[in-house]
Design a protein around this ligand. Structure first.
Ligand code: LIP
Length: 285
């Protein structure tokens, strides 16, 4: 399936809007975080939480996107999607790393992406522009297809992100994450048991969007996780590929619920092969 991006001028406009909206929602979740923040509701399990700020940030993003581009579709982690009447669907995670946000751990992000295709079907969509902001550190990652990947920090000018020569897997610092359901976590622990002895070390930051952007910035060498949703990965996907990284699933598949694997070309191939064998050995969840 070829997913045709819009012309370069529109891609630039989409990237600018991703940056503007990610920043605005980032300011909201920091500046208006209630001192008594609690769990507003749960989803797949008692630990899969939503705070009032997740929904407020998503409502802000949807309202601003509908005002700026009324025919585009909208898909967010929380309630309130909109069907597309154009070629573009916005895929947003208002707070990626919600548990970190609840506990006050400064590793969470707002992720905003413009995509083509159907983001509810693995393999049938791709991001064309995106922005990921950590509103506590001020790090802002952004990219659009063909425009390179960029990292801006508070007040500083942006710097181009380009992946260098990667280490071998045995010297690689690998990021990963875990789902909320017990059966999924047991499977992930079995796979981790195979991977851990074959890498330098593991980091579990708690935000897929920040993990994938860390690969683009070189603060992680590679990343893998099963169970990501489109909103966890959409913006960081275009950031890491525009930085020269490979972002895929396993065994020739594209990135999706079954697995995402990110890294520089040579290292990505090593990790993908180890994960494919580990997933085989881990069996069914
Ligand atoms: C999180 C992901 C992370 C994963 C967590 C959680 P959320 O998203 O970004 O990679 O390991 O379990 O799914 O739920 O905080 O938006």
């Amino acid at each position: 399936m070829t997913l045709q991006p819009p012309p370069a001028e529109e891609l630039d406009e989409l990237e600018d809007l991703c940056v503007e909206l990610a920043r605005e929602a980032g300011r909201l979740i920091v500046d208006e975080r209630p001192p008594d923040l609690g769990v507003a509701r749960t989803k797949s399990t008692a630990t899969d939480i939503v705070t009032v700020m997740d929904q407020r940030a998503q409502d802000l993003l949807r309202t601003r996107i509908q005002r700026a581009r009324p025919h585009d579709g909208f898909l967010g982690e929380e309630e309130g999607g909109v069907a597309a009447r154009s070629e573009i669907t916005w895929v947003v995670d208002p707070i990626d790393g919600t548990v970190n946000y609840l506990y006050g751990i400064p590793a969470y992000a707002v992720s905003v992406a413009a995509t083509v295709g159907d983001p509810t079907t693995d393999g049938a969509w791709a991001p064309v522009a995106g922005a990921v902001v950590n509103p506590v550190t001020g790090e802002l990652f952004h990219a659009r297809q063909g425009g390179g990947a960029w990292l801006r920090t508070s007040g500083g000018p942006g710097r181009r992100l380009r992946l260098g020569e990667p280490p071998t897997l045995a010297l690689a610092l690998a990021g990963t994450g875990f789902g909320y359901e017990a059966a999924r976590r047991r499977w992930q622990a079995r796979v981790l048991g195979d991977v851990l002895p074959q890498v330098r070390d593991i980091r579990r930051i708690g935000s897929a969007a920040l993990d994938i952007c860390a690969v683009a910035a070189g603060t992680l060498d590679c990343y893998f996780e099963r169970g990501l949703n489109p909103w966890d990965m959409a913006a960081a996907w275009v950031v890491v590929t525009e930085a020269g990284g490979v972002f895929s699933g396993l065994d020739g598949h594209g990135p999706g619920d079954r697995m995402v694997v990110a890294g520089a070309p040579g290292l990505h191939a090593e990790l993908e092969a180890v994960l494919s064998a580990a997933a085989e050995r881990a069996g069914q969840e």
